[in-house]
Every structure is written in C-alpha cells, then in structure tokens.
Write a protein of this length. Structure first.
Length: 377
C-alpha cells in the first residue's frame, strides 16, 4: 500500500526518550515527502524546546493514563482515517490495539513498535507491579491482531519468540530507533552545568539513565572503585529514579562520596556528555540504548555491557564501534575504562568510528526502512 497519511500514537511530548522517538521519526518521514502526519499523545506537552516539522499535526487525546485512551483514540481513527497507525513506546501498544479494534476502521493498518524486551524488563524492574505483570498475557492475545510489528533489535525479536508472544508471520521487521544526530550535536555545544566538567582537572566518566535496577549502576560503581585505585577519576550519573537511596549507600560503602555525583535530571544532558572523557552504560537490559548513540554523536568514546535485548551489541556491532563487555564482569568493565583513559590511539579510533556509525541512525535512514516495511503490511 502507498502511505498517504501516518499517525504515531505516543505517551507524551513533555521531554525525554519517549518524546525523541516520534520527533525524529516524523522528521524522517517529512524529509522523505510524507506530508500527512499526525502525532497523538495523552495530555502532556509539547514543551517549548520540542520541534516537529511545521506540517505535523499534534493531537492531544486529553486523558492522563494510557488505559483511558482507547475510546479517544478510536474517535480519532474514525474521523481522520489515517493509512497507518504506529504505537510507540511499548507501554502504549496494548491501549492502542484496543482503541484500533474499537474503531473498526480496517483501512487503517496498525503496526506495533516493540521498543523493550517486555518480560525481561518486567522481571528486573516491575516484578511487583500487577499492571506490568499482565502485559505479556495481553500481548499474547492482542499482538496477533496487528498488521505488523517492528522491534528495535534482533535480540528483542528473539525474546518475543522465546516468550511465546505471537509474531505476525511475514509482517515483522527489525528497525533501530531514529536519532536526530544534528539536534544532539547542537545541544552538546552548550556549557555544562556540572562544575566537574566546567573546570576539569581529572578524567570524568559519565552515564545517563533512570536510577533503576535494569541500569545496573552498582556494577559501574564497583568498576570505578577499582579504577580509582590506579589513578584519580570522577563519575557523574545523570538521571533520577527509585534506586537513588541504594546507590548512595553503595557509594558510601565504597568511599566514593568525593568522586561520584548523582545530580538527577539536567535540562541539557548532551552538553555534559560531550565534555566527559568516556561514556559508560552498565545495563542488564537494553533493547536499544538511545543514550549510547547520543554519546557517540557527541564525539565521546563509549563502553557498554552486553545487555539482555542486544541493543548495545547491535549498535556497536559486536564491539566494532565501542567497547562491549559482559554484563556481570566488574574486572572487564574496569579494564575497558582503564584502556580508554590511558590509550590516546584507542580513544581517537573509537571517536572516529563512532561518528561514522551514527549516520546509520539518522531520521531519514530509519524512515526509509519504515516506509519499505509499511509497503508490506
């Protein structure tokens, strides 16, 4: 089918990775000539610094929770009748399927975006959340009704199959997340707020992500303690979340209070990343890992654990574009950090190849993959 109109249903437009996805994807579609574009969201946003292509139509559904959205979504589909509805991120997919089914508009093709590992993510961070626990069961019932499904990595697709979640045969594709490289590079030129980066007198390691179990920050803290035994370093972890207290206790136990900073959310994380000496992602589970690509775009050498879901492995192509270490090996992580900080030739190599790799995630490149796939559903 030829797509005349595409609607993207997302959580909110008030910032963060969830917002970056539809912004980048609509930019890619727009640059390829798709002019009838909608972005549907619950009720939050957009903020002033979020810029969609001028012709994209933003449609607030006026509800606070995703499970309250199906009726409002079905009304939109009956009125606008887009050719394609894409739901992203994963947490919005179940309500989106229900709304699409209620609309009875079969001329609108529905495509699931699977941006996380679902069962693995739930087991790590949401094992006591009943709503999250029932999502795999609902997925087994509702996913087969969709016209197509995309996953952000082969690892995610493999896990879906392993967990017996039905995949529409011949209507599935592995398509990475789009990343608006130019936007991040522009923001990276600003002066960082953190004093360790404003007046840097020692190597600074940086990480970005929610303070949650799946990010596995205790592994990174243990590695930093080992590196610090050899020479002076500092670590900044940007983000906020439920694991803050636990991480602060580990920092104290390892006597890292003077060398580790948890500043919480910052308005411009890219200005901080760009001034750091190395970016480290220590996650247990990463379906994609947007922050890894952002760091590469900012010209910073990267290190990542080989997380469940295969996102970092896919981005780094098995270690070709950055250091990839086992997700439970403190010594391997410490060695990788040490090598990046002490070998100028290795640092320069990683910076050069990382910038080349980022081109694969540009909005137009990813939008081309989407349009090719949408022709099949």
């Amino acid at each position: 089918m030829s797509q005349k109109s595409i609607a993207i249903f997302t959580w909110g437009l008030d910032g963060g990775a969830f917002t970056n996805l539809p912004v980048a994807l609509t930019k890619g579609f727009w640059n390829l000539g798709v002019r009838d574009l909608y972005v549907l969201y619950l009720s939050k946003g957009p903020t002033e610094d979020i810029t969609f292509p001028e012709g994209v139509k933003l449609v607030p559904l006026g509800v606070e929770r995703s499970m309250a959205s199906p009726i409002a979504l079905s009304r939109f589909l009956k009125t606008a009748k887009p050719d394609v509805l894409i739901a992203m991120p994963t947490i919005i997919c179940i309500p989106a399927i229900i709304g699409w089914l209620l609309a009875l508009e079969r001329q609108t093709k529905f495509v699931i975006y699977q941006g996380d590992t679902l069962t693995s993510d739930i087991a790590i961070d949401h094992k006591h959340n009943l709503r999250m626990q029932i999502m795999p069961w609902l997925a087994r019932i509702l996913y087969p009704t969709a016209n197509g499904l995309t996953t952000v990595s082969q690892g995610v697709l493999d896990i879906l199959k392993q967990d017996r979640i039905p995949i529409p045969r011949n209507r599935v594709a592995v398509i990475p997340n789009p990343v608006d490289i130019g936007n991040f590079v522009m923001h990276s030129q600003a002066e960082p707020e953190h004093p360790w980066l404003q007046h840097k007198d020692t190597p600074v390691i940086i990480s970005l992500g929610r303070l949650a179990k799946r990010k596995n920050y205790p592994l990174l803290l243990q590695a930093i303690a080992k590196v610090r035994n050899q020479f002076k370093v500092k670590l900044i972890i940007l983000g906020e979340g439920p694991e803050r207290k636990n991480l602060e206790e580990i920092i104290a136990k390892l006597s890292l209070q003077e060398d580790v900073s948890l500043p919480g959310h910052v308005a411009n994380p890219w200005s901080h990343i760009a001034k750091a000496d190395v970016f480290v992602m220590s996650s247990l589970d990463e379906a994609f890992c947007l922050a890894l690509v952002e760091a590469m775009a900012c010209g910073v050498p990267v290190i990542s654990t080989d997380a469940i879901g295969g996102g970092p492995r896919s981005i780094l192509e098995d270690g070709k574009y950055g250091n990839l270490v086992p997700r439970d090996d403190v010594q391997a992580l410490e060695s990788a950090i040490h090598k990046v900080l002490t070998s100028e030739s290795w640092r320069s190599h990683l910076i050069d190849v990382s910038k080349q790799r980022c081109q694969a995630f540009e909005p137009e490149a990813i939008a081309k993959q989407w349009l090719s796939f949408l022709q099949q559903v």
